[in-house]
Ligand binder design. Structure first.
Ligand SMILES: Nc1nc2c(ncn2[C@@H]2O[C@H](COP(=O)(O)OP(=O)(O)OP(=O)(O)O)[C@@H](O)[C@H]2O)c(=O)[nH]1
Ligand SMILES: [Mg+2]
Length: 500
């Protein structure tokens, strides 16, 4: 009988519910799809401050009863929240023991048709910090607990409304500072990446299930999955995983901005350049060498690309303690840069003395792109010749500017943006990895598949191949939350704000 079933599986693998089988074998925890009403929570969902409106949201067991005790509907004292349909707006007043607090609109959401899939009430009140404080206090007095950061989204995830990737996308959408970062987050929220990962996971589960089956019948010495076919399947999956891993290089720049460090000798004009790019007197400028001690970071948007600009302490030898520490920090920032703007004072007679330093930078920080920026071209007439000489000696892109007079800045910005070419068009590519957590999991998943392929090549034991497939499966599952633990939940939701 058993062999009949197995034979059926070999002819038609879908006859076996491989997914279910494998889940049993791999004992993975998957989030529940049943809405669960946890203890009631409340929080301000809009920024704290003065505004036309503020929204306070409540979610969980008994929120309609709590709302009932603090809210009176205008001209309808007999109104009951418990009988209200979902998606209804009720105009009325909120009271505490001392009387009226504010006129509000109460929106009702009935489980499971709400963001958290629990019963929810949202109160739109006037946007003053004291009003908000009073309303929140009365909700807490009536039995709500103040929500933790990201707790509403966490519940949406735990109740199966969204997966972990989509939960993170909500956070990324809120924090997006560029159009492209926003578009990528929207894609992720719609589940494009989740679908890709789910289908990969399903494929892996099937292979895993068949290998596990072989192990269960190891004494029969049968092969339910041809090793040649498995190797091919894994190779195709690996190509896809690699593509996602590689997309992080751009995805990270898109989300965090291009880490751009302005470096060079004291007095080259680094702080002047930072200020002129930001169009703001952000950094102190003076004729004294060694003015900037600590680094200064600010974001600068050019067309659709976000640059995180860092002005650093000028690099020189033999300086006193504080400056020495500043220079140490400069080097740290340079080593973390995506783009280095190496600034030099081209008007100095000994401008060629900087060539060895430029060459050293090119070698030492080869992961970063570099532009040599020849500053103070307003002070000499032969700047072109000098720049040409530097380009010849270093092979580096060079751009002449006068930071103090705003000359050559358009060309510099253009060059900076061409260094990260394609970034502004990336949102059109549907799937992009923007999070370090996803990147690491995908890389681990791909490495595990590579190991599995090598084991197949060397005709190794089925146990070993199955082990690698299982670990690849877990890494992929970690991304969408099919495999989840408290640590992952902390990493994801602690970055949210309260009320989200
Ligand atoms: N003529 C001229 N002077 C400039 C230009 N850019 C900067 N300066 C002057 O050069 C001096 C040094 O400028 P900073 O921007 O403070 O130089 P820095 O590289 O930040 O110097 P440190 O912070 O000491 O490392 C100031 O007196 C600036 O006004 C320029 O394009 N032309
Ligand atoms: Mg400076």
């Amino acid at each position: 009988m058993v062999f009949l079933i197995i034979a059926e599986c070999i002819v038609n693998p879908s006859a076996l519910d491989a997914v279910e089988f494998s889940n049993k074998h791999l004992s993975m925890s998957t989030p529940s799809t049943q809405p669960e009403q946890s203890e009631p929570i409340a929080a301000l969902a809009t920024p704290l401050g003065v505004g036309a409106l503020a929204v306070i949201r409540m979610s969980g067991k008994g929120v309609f009863d709590i709302a009932q005790r603090v809210f009176r509907k205008k001209n309808k004292p007999e109104f009951l929240f418990s009988t209200s349909k979902g998606f209804r707006a009720h105009y009325g007043t909120v009271y505490d023991s001392e009387g009226l607090i504010d006129e509000v609109v109460a929106l009702t959401f009935r489980s499971p048709n709400s963001f958290t899939m629990e019963d929810m009430v949202e109160l739109s009140c006037h946007g003053g910090p004291v009003v908000v404080k009073h309303i929140l206090q009365v909700l807490l007095d009536e039995g709500c607990r103040l929500a933790e950061p990201g707790e509403f989204t966490r519940r949406a995830f735990l109740n199966g409304r969204i997966d972990l990737l989509q939960a993170e996308a909500i956070g990324e959408m809120i924090h997006a500072r560029t159009e492209s970062a926003f578009r990528t987050a929207v894609h992720q929220m719609q589940g494009t990446l989740s679908q890709r990962l789910d289908s990969m996971r399903e494929q892996l589960l099937r292979s895993c299930a068949l290998l596990e089956l072989e192990l269960d019948f190891s004494e029969e010495d049968v092969e339910f999955l041809s090793r040649g076919q498995l190797r091919q399947e894994l190779a195709a999956l690996q190509v896809e995983l690699r593509r996602l891993v590689d997309s992080y290089q751009h995805g990270r720049l898109l989300k965090e901005g291009v880490a751009t460090v302005i470096a060079g000798k004291p007095n080259a004009g680094k702080s002047t350049l930072l200020n002129v790019l930001l169009d703001e007197e952000r950094s102190i400028v003076s004729h004294m060498p060694g003015t900037t001690r600590d680094y200064i970071e600010e974001c600068f948007l050019y067309e659709k690309t976000m640059f995180r600009l860092t002005d650093t302490a000028g690099l020189r030898e033999g300086s006193e303690d504080i400056e020495h520490e500043g220079i140490r920090r400069s080097y740290k920032k340079i080593s973390e840069a995506d783009l280095i703007l190496y600034l030099l004072d081209i008007s100095q007679e000994e401008y060629l003395d900087e060539v060895p330093q430029i060459l050293e930078f090119l070698e030492r920080y080869s992961n970063a792109r570099m532009i040599v920026v020849a500053n103070k071209i307003d002070l000499i007439t032969e700047s072109r010749e000098r720049m040409h000489r530097i380009r010849e000696l270093t092979g580096c892109d060079i751009c002449g500017i006068s930071a103090a007079n705003g000359i050559g800045l358009d060309e510099l910005k253009h060059l900076m943006s061409s260094m990260v070419e394609g970034l502004d068009k990336l949102h059109e590519a549907s799937v992009l990895v923007t999070s370090l957590r996803h990147y690491e999991a995908l890389r681990n998943a791909s490495d595990a598949l590579e190991n599995a392929r090598e084991l197949i090549e060397s005709s190794s034991a089925t146990e070993l191949i199955a082990f690698e497939l299982r670990s690849s499966l877990e890494y992929v599952g970690e991304i969408t939350g099919k495999v989840v633990n408290e640590e992952i939940l902390h990493v994801v939701f602690d970055r949210f704000c309260i009320g989200k």
